[in-house]
Design a protein around this ligand. Structure first.
Ligand code: UT7
Length: 337
C-alpha cells in the first residue's frame, strides 16, 4: 500500500526505553574537583547530580539497554526494525558507526542504519528523518536512539562545562499509523557560522591525533568540549522558542493545545525562559535536569521515556519536543501520542 491522498501515514511513538549508568556525580563531588559550589550549580543550571558511565561501559552498551526496553515496550522483535537511527557525538568507534554496532548487538538484521552528528539535537533530527520515511510510505518501523558518553569528552578541569554533562541513552520506537496520531510536524535548522561556540578543537582531520601527539600531545583539554556558555544560552532560548512556534503553527494547533513540552535539558533557566515565552504553566513542561544534567542527544528521549512511564504523558496528548546543540543545530517536533 502506498501513501495515497486518501491515506495519511504518520509515525506514532509505540514504545520507549532509556538507561542511565548507576554511578552518580553530585555537586558536592564537583566541589572537590573544581572551584565551584552546589549553590552556584543549582541556581545557575538547576542540576544536582548526573550519572557517569564506568570505563568499561560504552555508549552502545547504554544504547542496547535503552533499545531492549523500547522494543519490549513496543512489542517488537529485533527483526521487525527496518531502520536504526542513532544520534551521537560520542560513538564507540570512528568506524563502524554506533548504529551498525547497535544493529549487530541487538540482532536487528533487517535494518538499514545511520548515525546523526547533530549533538544535543541529534534525537530530534533522527525522529524527523524517521517520520519522513514513514510518512512517505517507504518504511513502517524505525528505532531512533539518542546516546552519549559525554564524560569521555568533558574536561573535568573546566568548571564552565564539567558541571553540566552526564551519560545516558534513550530509545523510541516509531511505527506507521493512519489513526491521526503520531508526528504532526517537525522543524530542523542549523547555523554553521556559530559552530565554534560549542566545539571540540582536536581529534578530527583538521587536527589529527597522530600529529597532535608528535607535537607534544593534547593541551588544555582541547580534545574535550569547549563552550561559550552565555552565547549558546542566548541562541538556545531564541531558536528553540522560534522552532516551537513554527511546529505548533504547522500542526494547525495553538500553544494552548500543547499538553506537555519535553525540552532538551541543558539549563533550567533556558527551560524557564522558553516556558515564559510560550506562556505555559510549569506543570506543562517536563523537567528532570536536576537528576541527569545535560545528556545531549539522550536528553529528550530520556525525559520522554520517563514521562511516558510515570504517566505524565498520556495517549492522545500533544507533546512538543525541543532541542538545541552544537553545530549549532536545533529543532522541534509536535507529536500526538
Ligand atoms: O546542550 C547544548 C547547549 N548548551 C547550552 O545550552 C548551555 C548554555 N549555557 C549555560 O547553560 C550557561 O551559560 C552556563 C551554565 C554554562 C554558565 O552560566 P552563565 O550564567 O552563563 O555564567 P557565565 O559563563 O556568564 O559566568 C558567570 C560567572 C563567571 O565569573 P565572573 O567572570 O563573573 O567572575 C564564571 O567564571 O560564573 C563563573 N562560573 C562559575 N562559578 C562557579 C562559571 N562556571 C562556574 C562554576 N562555579 N561551575
Amino acid at each position: 500500500m502506498s501513501n495515497s491522498n486518501t491515506t495519511k501515514y504518520r509515525a506514532k511513538i509505540v514504545g520507549s526505553g532509556s538507561y542511565v549508568p548507576p554511578d552518580i556525580l553530585t555537586n558536592a563531588d564537583l566541589e572537590a574537583i573544581v572551584d565551584t559550589s552546589d549553590e552556584w550549580i543549582t541556581t545557575r543550571t538547576g542540576i544536582k547530580e548526573r550519572h557517569i558511565a564506568s570505563r568499561e561501559m560504552s555508549g552502545v552498551d547504554m544504547a542496547v539497554k535503552a533499545s531492549e526496553a523500547a522494543l519490549e515496550n513496543a512489542n517488537w522483535k529485533p527483526e521487525d526494525v527496518e531502520m536504526v537511527i542513532v544520534g551521537t557525538v560520542t560513538p564507540d568507534y570512528r568506524l563502524p558507526s554506533n548504529s551498525c554496532v547497535l544493529q549487530d548487538r541487538m540482532g536487528m538484521v533487517n535494518a538499514g542504519t545511520m548515525d546523526i552528528a547533530a549533538a544535543c539535537a541529534g534525537y530530534i533530527h533522527g525522529q524527523s528523518i524517521a517520520s519522513a520515511y514513514i510518512e512517505s510510505g517507504q518504511l513502517e518501523r524505525i528505532l531512533v536512539i539518542g546516546v552519549e558518553k559525554l564524560s569521555t569528552i568533558t574536561n573535568y578541569k573546566d568548571r564552565g562545562t564539567c558541571i553540566l554533562f552526564g551519560d545516558a541513552a534513550g530509545a523510541v520506537a516509531l511505527e506507521r499509523t493512519t489513526d491521526g496520531s503520531g508526528v504532526l510536524s517537525s522543524f530542523l535548522k542549523s547555523d554553521g557560522r556559530l559552530g565554534k561556540l560549542l566545539w571540540i578543537p582536536v581529534g578530527g582531520t583538521q587536527s589529527p591525533y597522530p600529529e597532535v601527539m608528535r607535537n607534544g600531545g593534547v593541551q588544555n583539554g582541547e580534545d574535550c568540549l569547549h563552550m561559550a556558555g552565555s552565547e549558546v544560552f542566548k541562541q538556545a532560548v531564541r531558536q528553540m522558542g522560534d522552532a516551537a512556534l513554527k511546529v505548533i503553527e504547522r500542526s494547525g494547533l495553538e500553544t494552548k493545545d500543547v499538553d506537555m513540552v519535553v525540552p532538551h535539558q541543558a539549563n533550567i533557566r533556558i527551560i524557564d525562559a522558553l516556558r515564559k515565552r510560550l506562556d505555559l504553566p510549569e506543570e506543562k513542561v517536563y523537567v528532570n535536569i536536576d537528576r541527569f544534567g545535560n545528556t545531549s542527544s539522550a536528553s529528550v528521549p530520556l525525559a520522554l521515556d520517563e514521562a511516558l512511564r510515570n504517566k505524565t504523558i498520556k495517549e492522545g496528548d500533544n507533546v512538543l519536543m525541543l532541542a538545541f546543540g552544537g553545530g549549532l543545530t536545533w529543532g522541534a517536533s509536535l507529536v500526538r501520542m
